[in-house]
Design a protein around this ligand. Sequence first.
Ligand code: DGL
Length: 279
Amino acid sequence: MNDQAIGIFDSGIGGLTCVREMNRLLPHENIVYFGDTARIPYGTRSRETIEIYASQDIDFIRSHNVKLIIAACGTVSSVMGSTKNVGGIPFSGVVIPAVQAACAATSNGRIGVIGTPATIKSGAYGKAIRTIRQDCAVFGNSCPLFVTMAENGITSKDDVVVKEMVKRYLAPIKKENVDTLILGCTHYPMFSEAISEFMGEDVTLISSGAEAAKYAQSILTMKNMLCDSEEQGKNLFYSSDSPELFEENAKMFLGEGLCGNIRQVTTEEMIGIGNSLTK
Ligand code: DGL
């Protein structure tokens, strides 16, 4: 049994889709979350830049003495491949958990994947699907504006901009008759209602963040590392840009009762804290 926190990070608020599921599944666990809102978006940047940001985020999260690290970011997960631990700490991205869920859910073997440009360019979801089910056909598309829209609270299914962008990004996938759609960026479940309305109720949506939380539960259970406290776990959030905007979005998404403390850490501070750990 282990009372250390679980470390979760993303480029912004998208990883809260993982935190929400984690709070539901493992309510006694403490969580340290970092949202790199000062440098978002990651998904339109080069692989080299994403690797540098990911390694700085991981070092910052590691400095909080965590027992498990989750990259609740499809972009970072796609770039990091099948990494299973960092600095001796168990590590998981969102690709494998989401792909396992999608392969189990599909009946017709036709799976759609949406993600950031870097994620779709990496082909990480398609490669992972083919290691589990060679018979599946995979149809991907990138949705570059979704992250910015989500970070600014533009997610309602009735919003004209949301409707238009969902149609534009999802139409090429809908016509392929997929029965399962991986929301390969952790921000995208914020558009679930709009996406579901457009794709039709028969299409199963897979939230990569929520699946990563389930996967984390199984890792911790297997390693006998779950927290044995009876008390409600605490969420501690860090954002590298405005904590006010982060708080507004987090509350909208997690609900008042589930929110924890939010602190700002500048990019320089964050890098400095991570460096002091590794040197
Ligand atoms: N939530 C991140 C992901 O899952 C968004 C990446 C970005 O910042 O563009 O890919």
